[in-house]
Design a protein around this ligand. Structure first.
Ligand SMILES: [Zn+2]
Ligand SMILES: [Zn+2]
Length: 398
């Protein structure tokens, strides 16, 4: 056989392989399955069914661990849904597309997102909202919308999805409305962290708090989301960024994110809002609350300056919490706002966040403090449970 024929034969073989892959319903790939709450994940060979109408199958290349995965894996506060494949911060490539998918094709670089954008509902059509009626986050649903079934199974036993993404799997099936197509030149091992926490904090500041250049911003909670909010304040040109946290170990790290001053509420015997008001001649211009603690939320609101101050709530409170403040605080022209996913519409807006990284405006690398191969995914859980670092990126091919 001459060389060119051999090459042709190899190419044909490769094409056939691709075609077979798409049609082969029984194809298995490694996925990290959570069989029980709080128990280490187990890497299993999982069948991943082909995408149905308006779905895409993605090859996940990098994924990272977020607090929300750990919260639902521990399943202390909600109805447990197991066995389940967790994971919602990731970067990957489209492998195949289902019927009706027109704006994605195999090979596209994408970020899957835990909340979607159908582009048809009232929320999607509103410039002000990103809370899609059809694809808004649903932590209780473990199946696909199309047929109410899972695309994952092991020897016929269904394995539940998580927030429509389930990225702790080499292949996953996602609704097309939960997939942001991004610049293929962006390194997926870096921008994978933009799928959730980092964009949430960044958007809370840039899209909702909107600090002016030279303003003073307080950030409550210096975990990954809070530091992303600080990064937003740095990008917006804030002159003072005051970090508030109960853990003094976080202060050193926070300096890298533009935080200029630190307040540990434990160091004072008066409310932290009074401490901040004294530091800033009456209050900060903007505050962003990223802890979910109800008292921190109230402090974050009461520490903004009257006349113009805006406080933005990001953290998720406990079920029975109630926000208590004197109405005069609002009448004195303070504004209280809340945000979900930093007000970003996943498909329309995430590509521009990736561009902010590409043009070096947004620094993503400093959020990535650990990296582990997929086979050691449980280490990522250990780091997070120990409060060690910010984001651990998991390499699927290793
Ligand atoms: Zn919608
Ligand atoms: Zn998350």
């Amino acid at each position: 056989m001459c060389t060119c024929l051999l090459t042709t034969a190899i190419v044909i073989q490769q094409i056939l392989k691709t075609v077979n892959l798409k049609k082969d319903v029984k194809h298995c790939w490694p996925a990290a399955v959570a069989w029980e709450p709080g128990k280490p994940l187990v890497i299993e060979q999982v069948e991943v069914a082909p995408p149905q109408a308006m779905e895409v199958r993605l090859k996940i290349l990098f994924t990272s661990l977020c607090h929300t995965d750990v919260y639902f894996w521990e399943a202390k506060g909600q109805t447990p849904l197991f066995p389940r494949i967790f994971g919602h911060e990731a970067g990957g490539i489209v492998e195949s597309v289902g019927e009706g998918v027109t704006d994605l094709k195999p090979g596209d670089h994408v970020l899957p997102v835990f909340t979607g954008e159908c582009k048809e509902c009232r929320h999607c059509k509103s410039e002000e909202s990103n809370m899609c009626d059809l694809l808004r986050i649903n932590t209780d649903r473990g199946v696909m919308l199309n047929d109410g079934k899972s695309r994952f199974s092991i020897k016929g036993q269904p394995i539940y999805h998580f927030v429509g993404t389930s990225t702790f799997s080499e292949y996953t099936v996602v609704h097309v409305g939960c997939v942001a197509k991004i610049n293929p030149a962006a390194s997926l091992d870096k921008v994978c962290v933009l799928s959730c926490g980092i964009s949430t904090g960044l958007g809370a500041t840039l899209n909702v708090a909107k600090p002016k250049k030279g303003s003073t911003v307080a950030i409550f909670g210096l975990g990954a989301v809070g530091l992303a909010a600080a990064e937003g304040a740095r990008i917006a040109g804030a002159s003072r960024i005051i970090g508030v946290d109960l853990n003094p170990k976080r202060f050193d790290e926070a300096k890298k994110f533009g935080v200029t001053e630190f307040v540990n509420p434990k160091d004072y015997d008066k409310p932290v809002q009074e401490v901040i008001a004294e530091m800033t001649d009456g209050g900060v211009d903007r505050s962003v609350e990223c802890t979910g603690n109800i008292n921190a939320m109230i402090s974050a609101f009461e520490c903004v300056h009257d006349g113009w101050g805006v406080a933005v709530l990001v953290g998720v409170p406990n079920k029975d919490d109630a926000f208590k403040t004197h109405p005069m605080n609002l009448l004195n022209e303070r504004t209280l706002k809340g945000t979900f996913f930093g007000n970003y519409k996943p498909r329309s807006d995430l590509p521009s966040v990736v561009e902010k990284y590409m043009n070096k405006e947004l620094e993503v690398e400093k959020f990535i403090t650990h990296e582990v191969p997929f086979s050691e995914i449980n280490k990522a859980f250990e780091y997070m449970l120990q409060g060690d670092g910010l984001r651990c990126v998991i390499r699927m091919d290793a």
